[in-house]
Write a protein that binds this ligand. Structure first.
Ligand code: DGL
Length: 276
């Protein structure tokens, strides 16, 4: 049941909604800004409910619907689910809920297409939250796309909260990352998929662990390109100047610092609780 009546007419000038549990989706938002500098972004970080990776599917679906309502109210033409956990738990439901009011892009399908194109017959590792890994969504979609790829998945639940707390590029993060990557599950992989949008922030440390010998794949640029293709194909590319807005369901200093890291002075952080 819709919570309020919406009649959003898609216009090229309409903003693009992007959401995640916290700062991770900023890696995707930043890639979108680089790829599509004229697009206005509305970012929602659900900091009151992070980490999503340990939540039930039903909880993530409820959060996602509430966020979609916020973004639709702002007239977004596209909603990017910049979170693997929410993409695995709520993509189908959100598509059904939003219907024709906005187009929904998840972070999993563009990555699956990329892996199927570039790694047929190879052994590929994947790290992500418990929600994403336990959903088996990558294995299922990859199986449909190319049966020759051997996917080895490992849940790495400490990484997103660690990053959200600002722990990266330090001794603690090095040790936690090394512990996870030494897991026998990931032996002999030829590429590693970062199936959590927080993980690009520790990509240099992961590269260092593998001594740059294997490809580390993150979805940010790939998703931004998929968005670009969609907007171009549907004549929805904005040609006017862009402006961005950032919402959080709970104010955190870590979020403010991360938005400034990615978007410099353009940040005006607003508090928007999901439930009143
Ligand atoms: N960045 C998210 C993901 O891609 C969520 C991490 C979390 O909140 O646990 O899965």
């Amino acid at each position: 049941m819709r919570l309020f009546l919406r009649s959003v007419k898609k216009q090229p000038t309409a903003p693009i909604g992007v959401f995640d549990s916290g700062i991770g989706g900023l890696t995707v938002a930043h890639a979108i800004q680089q790829e599509l500098p004229n697009e206005s972004l509305i970012y929602f970080g659900d900091t009151a409910h992070l980490p999503y990776g340990d939540k039930s599917e039903a909880a993530i679906q409820a959060f996602s619907i509430k966020i979609a309502d916020v973004l639709l109210k702002q007239g977004c033409k596209v909603i990017v689910i910049a979170c693997n956990s929410a993409s695995s738990a709520a993509y189908e439901l959100l598509k059904e809920y939003v219907r024709h009011d906005a187009h929904i892009i998840n972070v999993i399908d563009p990555m699956v297409d990329y892996i199927a194109e570039h790694y047929p017959g190879k052994t590929v590792g994947l790290i992500g939250t418990k929600r994403t890994v336990q959903s088996g969504v990558y294995a299922r979609k990859l199986q449909e796309a190319d049966r020759t790829i051997n996917l080895k998945t490992l849940a790495t639940p400490l990484l997103a909260p660690m990053i959200e707390e600002g722990f990266f590029n330090n001794q603690i993060s090095h040790e936690i990352i090394a512990q996870y990557l030494a897991d026998p599950t990931l032996t002999d992989i030829e590429a590693l998929v970062l199936a959590c949008t927080h993980y690009p922030l520790i990509k240099p440390e992961i590269n260092q662990y593998y001594q740059n010998k294997i490809a580390i794949l993150d979805s940010a640029a790939i998703v931004a390109q998929a968005l670009h293709q969609y907007l171009a194909a549907h004549r929805l590319l904005n040609t006017t100047a862009a402006s961005h807005q950032f919402f959080v369901s709970d104010y955190t200093e870590a979020f403010e610092a991360a938005t400034k890291l990615f978007f410099k002075s353009q940040v005006e952080l607003r508090h928007h609780p999901l439930w009143n």
